[in-house]
Design a binder for this molecule. Sequence first.
Ligand code: FAD
Length: 383
Amino acid sequence: MRRVLISGASIAGPALAYWLDRYGFEVTVVEKAPTVRQGGYPIDVRGSAIDVCERMGLGPALREANIKTRRMTMLAPDGRVAGRIDTEQLLAGTARRDVEVPRGELGDLLYALTKDRVEYVFGDSIRTLDQTAGGVDLTFTHGAPRTVDVVVGCDGQHSVTRRLAFGPEQDYSHYLGYCFAGFTAPNTDGLSHEAVLQNAPGVGTALYAVREQPWVHALLVFTDPQPARGWTADDLRDRVAARFAGVNSPVPGKLADAPDLYYDTVSQIKMPSWTTGRVALAGDAAYAPSFLSGQGTSLALTGAYVLAGELKRSGGELTGAYEQTMRDFVRDNQAMATGPSFLFPRTRHGLWLRNQSMRMAPLMSRIGSRIERNATALRIEDY
Ligand SMILES: Cc1cc2nc3c(=O)[nH]c(=O)nc-3n(C[C@H](O)[C@H](O)[C@H](O)COP(=O)(O)OP(=O)(O)OC[C@H]3O[C@@H](n4cnc5c(N)ncnc54)[C@H](O)[C@@H]3O)c2cc1C
């Protein structure tokens, strides 16, 4: 049981490839996109995932890439400042090791570590998957069929591997009641190392300035009883215009010129099992926690490490050990996104409470401690 095919080359896929290659497996990574995806919003790497990265030798590069966001400013619907958070103060203790890096830069680091050691196939996707006694027979959209011993879906929230091996997405996707649109926009306000959020009940905008770059990551988030499935870009623009009508913000207007618009529901993936026969899932494909948790990348990195370690330990068999090790860690980190949202409160009362809490240092330190506790809860083993 030594041949492993991984679907998806973002975070979980290359991290898993790194460890499996180190343990002597023969690894192929198939990625739908023509290359490793560039750019992308900033993502946090925290706690146990920092330990995984240190063991991959990525510690210095991650510290170098850390964008060091200094503060987060919250604006009221009319544009007045409702509160400010010193992000360096929020995360004290061991959380000082945590980093925030552009997703593309982390993807590049992981790809650079593995590209000369494992086979990468870009611009292709699994089309059919058939488990037999002898292995998993695969066909692809473009490439020739293959048979491997184990398949791992690291292909994100809308995983094709999950659909083929476990069933339709709606069986596992839990809508959290928000839709979002993300895009890049010119940094017209000279923002640097900071984020600016503006909230009204159930709607919010965010501008995220990475270092001193001349553009910002813009995010529009809004509650909607209907998940945004099947929406066209025009549907999205209509919805945004209606929902942000009372918010005095320039951000919704920037949507029209967005060069790289993407939009989706804010959802979590919850599954009773992440393995079936010779097929496993890791990262967002198995346990997407949503960006409201800030823990998707860290779960993807730790999940890849644990899955590879357990495959080594069992000689390539998928046992229950991966799930047993990861379950509670996933549950607690997913739970950070399902209570009242700190970043995007849904109600007038919730927004008022959030704004008050920013003035109460003990409360803010409790929030910081909870993030740290959950992010560090998994002690990674030596495999
Ligand atoms: C706006 C936003 C902000 C976020 N902020 C944070 C944050 O602050 N902190 C944090 O930890 N996380 C954050 N996340 C979440 C984070 O990006 C994900 O949890 C993380 O990238 C998961 O990694 P992954 O490798 O499992 O999946 P993904 O990064 O989704 O990668 C999946 C890969 O599979 C490929 N793929 C898809 N379909 C196929 C197919 N059929 N065949 C082959 N390849 C395929 C995709 O092209 C992609 O390369 C945020 C997400 C969003 C959308």
